[in-house]
Ligand binder design. Structure first.
Ligand code: GLC
Length: 720
């Protein structure tokens, strides 16, 4: 590629000026490898449309390739036919690992630890770039408070501030510090801009109707964090905002994204979301879809022929600049990745086979240990050497533990719970399970017989991977009736029952909560899930993860978040003798397990809590100090959380909002000082004019180990 050695911006413009209109439009089109006679991942509806070789030779990017040789061959053939030799971009959904699968993002969010996220992103990028990928459609920065929506599994959960911190960590892990030089870094594409997680009734792709203030307060922070961290692409969401689908929504794109968030990178549509402006009912046909999206400012049309077939009729002297800006953003992205100098970005023809990455499985296991949440434990865990332990249930021997969005992950290489426990020093009796994972009466009888003979029974239950993720919403988020029945029957026979739940979402576990002596939320723990779970069960790893999303008592409580507003008639406690207050007649208001909850084998207390002062001006700060004590005999870690309430504000504010947290490790019978610094920025909120600022007044502080039990530690006052 001597033509492009040491490509500079000025060369880019020179190249750009050589491009024909059709070549410019081609850069804004993204197709799957199928169009290049190579199979790939299909992650949406596929419409057949006829493209000629001329059109194919101008396409700008490909999504969903599955191996390096595919990328190499497509790129090579493409460049041989391309007039201007502008390299293709290759993009894919590397959501929680490429072939070696990490826990689902909602699980990794349970670590509350940016370093964990960054490590997983960096390793995912390494494995994905070895397979020729340049851009990942990750992280998912959607704010969500409804576990019916299947895509909760790929989010960072229900808190905007936690999600912002973890989203930033994903970007840093994927993109590293130099995309052009570091061939194992990936450009990241944060998604789905914006409001997708608010799908009404939790039904994927359903209408979204959120206020601007809610959007700016809760949906924007994670995207702002991604953009401030230098994310290279943003993806539009399928949903409407103020009645207009985002892929055709000029106000959301031009004002909120480009102006308010100052995003200067590439804006790509979601799969066919431009063409879907027609079924949405805001465009009559493909021409109007292309016109609406182009005018709104979407750069790349993913997997629709809207731009390819119509843009050449839409572009004119008045809007040619808009086209040129889009094309230059795409060329700049290719240049940032060093593709003009090396279109194969480090792939070598003679060594396209898979390369091993030292320590990758080890890291996957350690990250899974940091993602598994101990919801309940009356002391039955950890297990003891020599115990007679039964392992039953549909997930006991299942290798379906990778979760959705694990395309290249291989179930047959996943370590099941039974595999993980097999190497431990307990007497394990596993009741195998048929492939279709249905619980039969016969199976329950066998399990009851086994339960009679053993000290302890572990029952592994939950969802299949395809019951969460895209297009996988549920109205019922309880365990199946048969799984419930299995747990009830076994717990009657063997009181020492431990339940392990595999799921991509918070489930409503009220039906089995009393019966289980311990409950572990395994999420979908990834390729090393069984080993991580076995280490947690045996105490070889001390659980420390916390819920990034509340577990409701009932699906009827959804959508729900810990950050509840007071309302005009707040329910002060869980008694039921008041009538005219905000409550249910048939359920408590509180979740079964609150945001921030998670147990350890250690026991922690917070003592000597201090505030450096009670009043601060805008330029000052207040320090919250405490002694974190581990009063147990086991070294352990926990997440200390600081919540705040703005007592009187221009708009209603939650009774508790997470503002600070810290992952802390304390030796047995030891203690350490911790502190949090509160500044004016922590007191700011979005006002009705959509500006973010802090008002003078009182702020209540709560400190603890979850959103519900955090205790009031005093009030601070902001003064001018
Ligand atoms: C899908 C998803 C999006 C994904 C894209 C490409 O429909 O909504 O998250 O990145 O298509 O696969």
């Amino acid at each position: 590629m001597e033509r492009f050695s040491n490509m500079k911006q000025v060369d880019l413009v020179a190249l750009f000026n050589e491009m024909t209109l059709d070549e410019k439009i081609g850069q804004l089109v993204q197709l799957t490898p199928d169009f290049f006679e190579q199979g790939g991942e299909i992650t949406g509806p596929v419409k057949e449309w006829e493209l000629d070789s001329e059109q194919l030779s101008r396409v700008g990017s490909i999504l969903g390739t599955q191996k390096a040789s595919q990328v190499y061959n497509i790129q090579k053939e493409y460049l041989e036919q391309s007039r201007l030799k502008i390299p293709l971009l290759f993009m894919a959904d590397i959501i929680h690992g490429y072939e070696t699968i990490f826990p689902i993002p909602l699980a990794m969010a349970s670590s509350f630890d940016e370093a964990i996220i960054k490590e997983a992103a960096r390793l995912s990028a390494h494995e994905g770039t070895n397979a020729g990928i340049h851009v990942t459609f990750s992280p998912n920065a959607d704010y969500v408070k409804d576990a019916r929506w299947g895509r909760v599994m790929e989010t960072n959960g229900e808190d905007p501030i936690l999600s912002a911190a973890l989203t930033r960590a994903f970007i840093e892990g994927y993109q590293g510090t130099d995309l052009a030089k570091d061939k194992n870094s990936l450009a990241a594409c944060v998604k789905h801009f914006i409001g997708y997680g608010a799908a009404q009734a939790g039904r994927d792709y359903n209408t979204v109707d959120i206020s601007d203030i809610e959007m700016y307060q809760n949906y924007l922070p994670a995207f702002k964090a991604a953009i401030d961290a230098g994310v290279k692409l943003v993806m539009t969401s399928f949903n409407t905002i103020q009645g207009i689908p985002v892929s055709g929504n000029k106000r959301v794109i031009q004002k909120t994204l480009r102006q308010d968030l100052n995003f200067e990178g590439v804006l790509i549509s979601d799969w066919a979301s431009i063409a879907e402006l027609v079924p949405h009912g805001v465009a009559k046909d493909g021409y109007e879809s292309a016109e609406l999206a182009f005018d709104a400012g979407v750069d790349i049309d993913m997997m629709s022929d809207s731009y390819l077939s119509h843009l050449n009729l839409i572009v004119n002297a008045e809007n040619l600049d808009k086209l040129n800006e889009s094309v230059l953003r795409v060329l700049n992205l290719k240049n940032a990745l060093g593709l003009f100098e090396d279109p194969y970005r480090g792939l070598e023809k003679d060594s396209l086979d898979k390369k091993t990455i030292d320590g990758l499985r080890d890291s996957t296991r350690k990250i899974a240990e940091r993602s598994i949440v101990l919801l309940k434990n009356d002391g039955i865990l950890p297990l003891k050497n020599g115990q007679n332990v039964g392992l039953i249930g549909p997930k006991a021997t299942s290798q379906d533990i990778l979760g959705a969005w694990s395309w290249m992950g291989q179930n047959d290489k996943a370590i099941s719970l039974a595999d993980g426990l097999a190497s431990k020093s307990i007497n394990l009796s596993t009741l195998d399970f048929s492939e279709n994972e249905n619980i039969t009466d016969e199976y329950i009888e066998k399990a009851k017989k086994l339960a009679k003979e053993l000290d302890i029974v572990i029952i592994a239950v939950g969802e299949k991977s395809d019951e969460s993720g895209e297009g996988s919403s549920l109205v019922n988020i309880e365990l199946s009736r048969k799984q419930d029945r299995l747990i009830q029957e076994i717990s009657k026979i063997n009181a020492k029952t431990i339940v392990i739940v595999f799921s991509g979402r918070p489930l409503a576990l009220s039906n089995i909560n009393e019966e289980a002596r311990a409950i572990i939320q395994a999420w979908f723990p990834g390729s090393e899930g069984g080993n991580a779970l076995a280490n947690i069960l045996m105490g070889d790893a001390n659980p420390q993860a916390k819920l990034p999303m509340s577990f409701p008592r009932s699906v009827g409580q959804l959508p729900n978040t810990y950050a509840q507003m007071s309302t005009g008639r707040p329910k002060k406690n869980d008694n039921k003798n008041e009538k005219y207050i905000s409550q249910y007649l048939d359920e408590l208001n509180t979740p079964l397990y609150p945001f921030g909850h998670g147990l350890s084998y250690s026991e922690f207390t917070l003592e000597h809590i201090t505030l450096s002062k009670e009043t601060m001006t805008r330029a000052e700060a207040i320090t919250v100090g405490a002694d974190l004590k581990n009063i147990s005999h086991i070294k352990g870690s926990t997440v200390v959380q600081l919540y705040l309430q703005d007592v009187v504000a221009q708009v209603t504010r939650p009774m508790r909002e997470l503002k600070k947290w810290s992952v802390e490790t304390v030796n047995a019978k030891d203690e350490k000082e911790i502190e949090f610094i509160i500044t004016e920025e922590d007191l700011a909120y979005v006002h009705s004019d959509l500006t973010q600022r802090a008002d003078v007044g009182e702020f209540k502080l709560y400190l603890g180990f979850d959103s519900q039990s955090a205790m009031y530690i005093g009030s601070i006052h902001l003064t001018d």
